[in-house]
Design a binder for this molecule. Structure first.
Ligand code: ADP
Ligand code: MG
Length: 366
């Protein structure tokens, strides 16, 4: 063992154990009007979802909206009150957890502390009475797949958080399940490792073609990895779509607010148009009653211009590839504007802003 802990950063080049080019093996998964109550509280309030074989779905929503309950229901850890769950077309109501052919990874690393990484990965195969030789071969192959080929003899306390989650991922994948469920698997990791492992999970998932449901409250994470994102709110799915669809055409103000960054700008809705800062913009989503609203305007839909609406710079932050500047209009509306790093507004500077005219979502203003 001569390798250093930094080796995991090379993981993207690690061998993927002959899995490349393997046809999709993932199952179809369907939830049909699933409900689940806890002591009168509807944790799941009629969830329906169709997932294609090999698809990567993110369940995104604030804490308490029912994401974990949905995963536990899928896995069989939780019984549902009504509705049905189908894996490859089969209603799994009476199929116990260990027969659903599902791999799971949780937020906490949950490795057995008295077992090595390899023994942890072998565990599921041991339960299935797979012979020792084959068990070791498959565990080693899966450890390679997650980029930890040389770490098999380590115990959990000898691995970093990111490495432990890789082992947990290998443990979930070693039985080659048809569905992979991940519940906030990156939440305990620091920012850089999060992004690395997130991309790695997506790569492995694509290689294996495994149908995946990934739960997160982090919208950036969901948009970055998923084929489609289901935005959840209070036990229901508010909208499901590709990351691009959710971002550009949120069907509700909740989605517009939760996905990406938005300014809440006072405006007036009349019919299908919202007038904000003197500009009439098309309304996104379902029709709503006319009246006072907050329009949800993306920072990139506001420009710093040579003429337009006068405003004063409050603050400006450098974000690497772009800059975000806060301005206050003379009507006292605070706005976040996104622009190129070449422009560097100073605090107190007088500027002008213009809306690009892109459609906006809106929510009633009390
Ligand atoms: P999320 O994962 O989105 O944060 P959960 O699915 O864990 O949300 O919880 C959804 C709702 O159900 C919350 O209001 C939570 O308090 C409640 N809940 C979850 N598990 C239980 C339980 N075992 N007993 C009672 N209430 C629960
Ligand atoms: Mg949860």
């Amino acid at each position: 063992m001569t390798e250093t802990p930094t080796r995991t950063t090379d993981a993207s080049t690690a061998g993927s154990a002959g899995t490349a080019g393997t046809p999709a093996t993932g199952a179809t998964v369907a939830l049909v009007d699933v409900t689940k109550q806890y002591a009168g509280h509807r944790a799941l309030d009629g969830i329906s979802l169709d997932i294609r074989p090999g698809e990567f779905i993110a369940l995104l929503g604030p804490s308490g909206c029912g994401k974990t309950t949905a995963l536990r229901a899928l896995s069989g850890l939780e019984r549902i009150d009504s509705g049905s769950i189908h894996i490859d077309g089969v209603d799994v109501a009476d199929v116990p957890v260990n027969r659903r052919d599902i791999g799971m990874v949780f937020q906490s690393y949950s490795l057995f502390p008295h077992l090595t990484a390899l023994q942890n990965i072998e565990f599921g195969l041991r339960m299935r009475k797979v012979p020792a030789g084959e068990r070791r071969r498959r565990a080693a192959e899966t450890l390679d797949l997650v980029g930890l080929g040389h770490f098999g003899a380590r115990y959990a306390h000898q691995l970093s958080g990111g490495q432990q989650q890789r082992v947990a991922l290998a443990r979930a994948l070693v039985t080659r399940p048809r569905v992979l469920l991940l519940d906030e698997p990156l939440s305990a990791l620091d920012a850089k490792v999060r992004v690395q492992l997130r991309d790695e999970i997506r790569r492995i998932q694509t290689d294996l073609g495994i149908t995946t449901v990934f739960v997160t409250h982090d919208q950036e994470e969901a948009l970055a990895v998923a084929d489609r994102v289901a935005v959840m709110r209070e036990g229901t799915i508010e909208q499901i779509g590709t990351p691009e669809q959710l971002y550009a055409t949120p069907s509700t103000a909740f989605v517009a607010d939760f996905v990406g960054l938005s300014n809440r700008v006072p405006g007036v809705l009349a019919g299908e148009r919202v007038t904000v800062l003197g500009t009439a913009l098309e309304l996104l989503g379902d029709p709503q009653p006319d009246g006072a609203v907050f329009a949800l305007v993306r920072p990139e839909d506001i420009r710093l211009t040579d003429s337009g609406i006068p405003a004063t710079v409050v603050a400006s932050s450098f974000l690497g590839s772009l800059r975000r500047t806060q301005v206050r209009t003379d009507d006292d509306v605070l706005l976040s504007v996104q622009h190129e790093v070449g422009t560097h507004p100073q605090q107190g500077e007088r500027v002008f802003i213009t809306l690009t005219g892109r459609p906006v979502a809106a929510t009633p203003r009390a």
